[in-house]
Design a protein around this ligand. Structure first.
Ligand code: IVH
Length: 671
């Protein structure tokens, strides 16, 4: 093969790695994104034309792959221990004294670092190349997550500089910076997916995703704080980390040499406040003895090193007065008590309300009227009431009583057996429950009806046009009345009516979820729909039949039976049927298969309305086609849903591969 090509490929890889490093580690790009993309394209084209030059560590492979696979486990060469925690300066002082006597009075230095709040990772490099990435797991063995870790651009796949041992391990924290965390949660909110409570959960959840192409989109980053191996370049932790930085690692940027306990205390006092300005979540500080020989002398307890200690920050807490406890009624009738507070500043936001969840929590905390309450945010985004300042209680203040009647419709509440929740049983007459169900029905992951949000539901309800979900399908009769509403023009009305019309095609499994059957979530609805195939079978299913379905337990079965026993619900179902809403899984005919896709290789990308990705996979195979994970010259076409990744789109365009929309594809196979 042409030596020139090989040199060119190597040069491009080296340059791309360097620019990645400049951009993701140093935050100092030398070239524009466009120039970077052009170089990447050139390398991709060469690797494509000369597959013998491919390398799994090439920067072109950082985008991840669609292949799903369970993780394999790896036994850590050296166990991944944790640090013992301290919560006060006094406890840190005590540790310092223990180190002093452990070293028999010998002089020592301490390194002060941030304790990053993410998920720990161990990377092994052999001859300068990333060999594997393993999670902490139980400390003895963890999951091999190399493919996912390779998508993190600040992690070097091939080291730069010199002097690294033939084989070594570097440990650090995989983190999701606040900016990416906020972006991800905003996106999840839009898609009506549950939010991540904190960046730590988001980082560990992301790292364990099966699809590394998805991981690549999440914006993970990594910081490193521990080098392990037999032939480390220096005798001290601090120096080793500085040298590791020269090999291309994003070494923890806050790392300070401290001489004596005064320095340690100053470090704590400074970072207790200053950490709030950092772009990454931290939950404390870490102090380590700098000298490796001294570390060895001090040794380990069963769980943690004696040469290091963590100092945990106090979760941010504020004290504020309870104005009153209000009670909210949800879609399922559950009553949630909410503490309305005198506004107070906490971790940069003003907190005025905090959920008290249920009656038991009010009792356990012993909350009285107008009490002074402690509100905490910790690493969580949702404020939490964690305690009461008993000393500040007004003398004649009474304990907060849970209400006995629904705050909206006045019906006597009932307590669900075995649960802490109180419920309003007036399902068909209690406005927030009715509106809540309508709102759920139109949601993106259910019937996906555009243009109807919370306010619009209330408006439609108040005017008497939509009193239940089935009324939506005769909303067209009220078109002229709707146009009289302030601020609502023909465009809005058209959009709503079109959305309602289109929702008739929503697949049966979404309809089951949209019905708001208590305890039937998205996954449960899917399993039910696939097992029973149509609404009549679901309505008449016995408890035995239902519990025979995967993941459907007795509580869900009972709830389904109760739901369909109510005449109100049976009427609604009937009206939905008449309106033409999908009430069964696709006909068996469509399932029989054909050879329409025979010999065709198809890549699925994006999100879909009518079927899940797995179902499309099945449909492709049933019709003689082959589903492939990544786009190549051999791909015949792409089944392209919404939100197809930009990389795939670009690749499809550059290879001139046709993209079929979901509807076009369904038409093709039903022709
Ligand atoms: S050193 C043998 N340094 O905290 C000790 N750990 O409870 C090796 N962590 O599992 C860990 N920031 O995930 C070290 N600057 C830092 C850290 C840090 C966060 C995490 C790490 C470890 C846990 C220990």
């Amino acid at each position: 093969m042409d030596e020139q090509i090989k040199t060119k490929v190597e040069h491009l890889r080296k340059e791309l790695n360097r620019h990645n490093y400049n951009y993701y580690v140093l935050n100092a790009p030398e070239i524009s994104d466009f120039e970077f993309d052009m170089m990447m394209k050139e390398l991709e084209a060469l690797e494509h034309d000369y597959p013998q030059l491919d390398d799994p560590l090439s920067p072109t492979h950082r985008v991840g792959s669609d292949i799903n696979k369970a993780f394999t486990q790896f036994v850590h060469k050296r166990p991944m221990l944790s640090l013992s925690n301290t919560y006060s300066v006094e406890e840190v002082d005590e540790w310092f004294e223990r180190v002093k006597s452990g070293l028999s009075g010998e002089a020592f230095e301490i390194v002060g670092e941030m304790k990053y709040d993410g998920t720990s990772i161990s990377l092994t490099y052999v001859n300068g190349r990333l060999e594997r990435a393993v999670t902490r797991g139980d400390g003895e063995r963890g999951d091999v997550v190399t493919d996912n870790v390779k998508t993190i651009r600040s992690i070097p796949l091939q080291l730069q500089g010199e002097g690294y041992p033939d084989e070594f391990e570097i440990r650090g924290e995989i983190v999701l910076p606040w900016k990416e965390f906020d972006r991800l949660n905003a996106e999840r909110e839009f898609n009506e997916e549950p939010l991540f409570a904190n960046p730590r959960n988001a980082a560990s959840g992301t790292l364990k995703m099966q699809n590394s192409a998805e991981v690549a989109k999440r914006g993970l980053d990594a910081v490193f704080y521990y080098l392990l191996g037999d032939n480390l370049p220096a005798d001290t932790h601090y120096e080793n980390m500085q040298i590791a930085r020269s090999w291309g690692f994003k070494v923890a940027p806050i790392m300070e040499l401290l001489h004596g306990i005064n320095d340690v205390e100053r470090f704590i006092n400074h970072w207790d406040g200053a950490r709030k300005e950092l772009p990454i979540a931290t939950d404390g500080l870490v102090f380590k003895v700098n000298n490796l020989r001294q570390q060895l002398n001090l040794g380990y307890t069963a769980k943690s090193p004696r040469w290091a200690i963590a100092y945990k920050f106090q979760a941010e807490r504020a004290l504020t007065r309870l104005q009153e406890v209000s009670f909210e009624v949800g879609r399922t009738g559950v009553i949630t008590p909410v503490a309305n507070l005198d506004p107070v500043l906490l971790s940069g936001t003003i907190v005025k309300r905090a959920s008290l969840h249920n009656e038991d929590i009010i009792k356990t905390l012993g909350i009285h009227e107008h009490d002074m309450l402690y509100v905490e945010k910790g690493g969580e985004i949702i404020p939490k009431i964690t305690g009461v300042d008993d000393a500040a209680r007004e003398p004649d203040s009474k304990p907060v009583e849970f209400i006995k009647e629904c705050p909206v419709c006045g019906t006597a509440l009932v307590r669900v057996e075995g649960e802490a929740a109180w419920m309003c049983p007036n399902k068909y007459g209690c406005v927030p429950q009715i509106c809540g169900r309508i709102e759920h029905f139109v949601g993106r992951r259910m019937m996906n009806i555009d243009g109807i949000g919370e306010e619009m539901v209330v408006l439609l309800y108040r005017n008497g046009w939509v009193r239940d979900i089935a009324d939506l399908y005769s909303l067209d009769d009220h078109r002229s009345e709707m146009l009289l509403l302030p601020g609502i023009g023909p465009r809005t009305v058209d959009r709503i009516i079109e959305g309602i019309e289109a929702s008739k095609k929503a697949p049966f499994e979404r309809v089951v979820y949209a019905l708001s059957i208590p305890y039937v979530g998205e996954t449960g609805a899917k399993k039910l729909a696939r097992a029973v195939r149509n609404i009549d079978a679901l309505m008449s299913a016995s408890a035995e039949q239902l519990t025979a379905i995967d993941d459907i337990g007795p509580r869900i079965a009972e709830s389904i039976i109760d739901f369909f026993a109510a005449q109100e619900n049976r009427d609604i179902i009937n009206r939905l049927k008449i309106a033409g809403v999908t009430m069964s899984m696709p006909d068996e005919e469509e399932g029989e298969g054909s050879d329409k896709l025979s010999g065709k290789t198809i890549v699925i990308s994006g999100t879909f309305l009518h079927h899940s990705r797995d179902e499309y996979k099945e449909i492709i195979e049933r019709n003689g086609g082959k589903n492939a994970g990544s786009i190549s010259k051999k791909t015949d076409f792409i089944l392209a849903g919404d939100n197809m990744g930009p990389y795939k789109r670009e690749k499809a365009v550059s290879l001139n591969i046709p993209m079929l929309s979901e509807d076009e594809f369904l038409e093709l196979i039903s022709e």
